[in-house]
Structures are given as C-alpha cells and as structure tokens.
Design a protein around this ligand. Structure first.
Ligand code: AMP
Ligand code: FE
Ligand code: FE
Ligand code: ZN
Length: 288
C-alpha cells in the first residue's frame, strides 16, 4: 500500500490534467495521492472527484514558494482547506506575482532579440499559476531553444539573462498560513535545498514534516532525512514531484512511500483540529 504525495497538474506547471494523473496513479497501484501544484489549489476539486471515481484516496495539497534568510524554500501544505478565505486571498496574490513575473521575463527575452509574447505564454500555460516552465515551453515551441533544459540553462536559471526574482512569502509566515487553513507544513525536497542548518529553526516555527522521499533524493540522502525527521519528531512525507511529460518521462510511480505516512499526516491534522476546537471552546467558556 503506497502513496505519492508530490504531484503537479496542468493547474500549475505539470502537463497532465487531474483526471490523467488519477489514471496514472491507478495504473501504478497507488492507494493515495496528493496534488501539490505551485501556489494554487485550484486542481484539487477535480482530482478529488477523479480519485473517487478510481477508488484512490485523495490528499489535498499545494507547494508554496517561500524564503528563509533570502534562500528559496518550497513548503508543501497538506490536508488544508482549499476554500479557507485567507489562504485563497494569499494564493491569489502569489498568482498575480507569477503573472507579473512572466511579463518581466518576456521583456528581458525581447531585449535579447527574442520576440516572444506574454500572451502566448499565458495561452500555453492556460492556468492561474504560470511560471518559468511555461516560458521555457514557449521558447521551445517558437524554435528559440531545442529543449526545456536549454531554455533554463541559457535564459531562465538564476543569474541567467531572463531570470527575474520572485516575491516569496517568509517560510514562518507560510507555515502559519498552512496551519490557519487546517493543514500541515512539510519541507519539500530538503536534499535539493542545502539548508539543513535551518531545519531546527523551522521546527521551532511549527514545521510538521520533512519530504524524505523524493525522485531526486538518493538512498543515502533519504536515509539522512529519515534520521533528521526522527530526531526532531517530524512527520515523514515524499513523492515523485511528477510534472507529467514536461521532463521527458512521467515520474509518477517512481517514488512510492508507505501508506502509513498518510495515516500519520491525517492523525496530526485531526489532532490539531481537535486542539483548535478545544481552544475555541475554552475561550468562549472564559468569555461567558
Ligand atoms: P518558478 O516557480 O516559475 O520559479 O519555476 C520553477 C519550476 O521550474 C520548478 O518547479 C520546476 O518544475 C521547473 N524547472 C526548474 N528547472 C528546470 C529545468 N532545468 N527544466 C525543466 N523544468 C525546470
Ligand atoms: Fe514545478
Ligand atoms: Fe519544489
Ligand atoms: Zn514540486
């Protein structure tokens, strides 16, 4: 019984629709799957319905772009309420920033004699959370680059000529936001961040878990994060980080984590909800 808790759909920079993702998950024999699109939860209702049709357990989620000490850090939120008003408000802000950034990247490309248009990128992205992968796809489609990797290497990677920094919410504020929406905050792919020294600080800020299993983590790296998670009593999560066909072959099913991890996540979210309920009850009891 396995789960994949890191998946992107075409509601951000994945290429599969939620229904296609659920179909792949079924063929991989997954018992549970999460949707973790960048800065949006818009695909969750559709994947929830598709999972129900396939008999797969659905875990709502998102992957927030955050920063800590000026270093970019991706935080996964799990089991949060997609309709939570403040969360929705913040996600709309992040999406506006992403849109603005596409205009800036296009402007820089135009300055490099690449007559790409922002509207073409938006049409291709066809979602509210556009990003660099969509600009990369437009560069490939227009014949300016032969692959997505080339587009990132030549133009879009940090410090390359069309790279534009992105506003990011602070990691501690993102953890609080995820908690507010009833969810759990998990540090994504720590093996790619090289920021292990900040893990204790994020634990103090309320971090709930570590993504120990990831398609870019070697067995040694996974083991290292399992030990760190154990040391800080953090929940263990993981997934393939599949973006559909955008990176050559679909990664879904390449990283399967034990289903127990999902049960532990649900237990903690429930425990937190109960505690919040008790706190509210105590507060109103004190008032009366
Ligand atoms: P953004 O959120 O707009 O900064 O874009 C970051 C996303 O770009 C990541 O989530 C990856 O999906 C994708 N990405 C990063 N590097 C590459 C690459 N070399 N080739 C294709 N996609 C990439
Ligand atoms: Fe991505
Ligand atoms: Fe990420
Ligand atoms: Zn991701």
């Amino acid at each position: 019984m396995y789960a994949d808790l890191h998946l992107h759909s075409n509601f951000s920079d994945g290429t599969y629709t939620p229904e296609e993702l659920a179909g792949h998950a079924k063929r991989c024999g997954l018992k549970a799957m999460a949707l973790t699109d960048h800065d949006t939860m818009e695909g969750c209702p559709r994947l929830a319905a598709a999972c129900q049709a396939q008999g797969i357990e659905f875990v709502p989620g998102t992957e927030l772009t955050t920063e800590y000490n000026a270093v970019e850090l991706h935080l996964l939120g799990y089991l949060l309420d997609a309709y939570h008003p403040r969360l929705q408000e913040e996600l709309v802000k992040f999406q506006a920033v992403r849109r603005q950034r596409v205009y800036q990247m296009v402007e820089r490309l135009n300055g490099l004699e690449i007559p790409i248009q922002a509207e073409a990128v938006f049409a291709l992205a066809n979602c509210r959370s556009p990003g660099r992968p969509h600009v990369a796809r437009a560069l490939v489609q227009g014949g300016w680059c032969s692959s997505l990797d080339e587009a990132f290497e030549r133009f879009l990677k940090k410090s390359r000529p069309a790279w534009v920094p992105k506003f990011k919410i602070g990691a501690a504020a993102a953890i609080a936001l995820i908690h507010d929406a009833g969810g759990l905050a998990v540090m994504a792919h720590p093996g790619l961040n090289h920021t292990d020294e900040i893990i204790p600080e994020l634990v103090a800020a309320g971090l709930d878990g570590l993504e120990c299993f990831h398609s870019k983590h070697s067995t040694t790296i996974t083991q290292r994060y399992l030990e760190i998670a154990d040391h800080h009593r953090l929940l263990v999560s993981g997934g393939s980080d599949c973006h559909g066909m955008s990176k050559g072959k679909p990664l879904i099913g390449s990283v399967k984590i034990p289903y127990e991890c999902v049960e532990r996540l649900r237990e903690k979210a429930l425990q937190r909800a109960v505690e919040a309920g008790l706190l509210l009850a105590n507060r109103s009891a004190r008032k009366s």
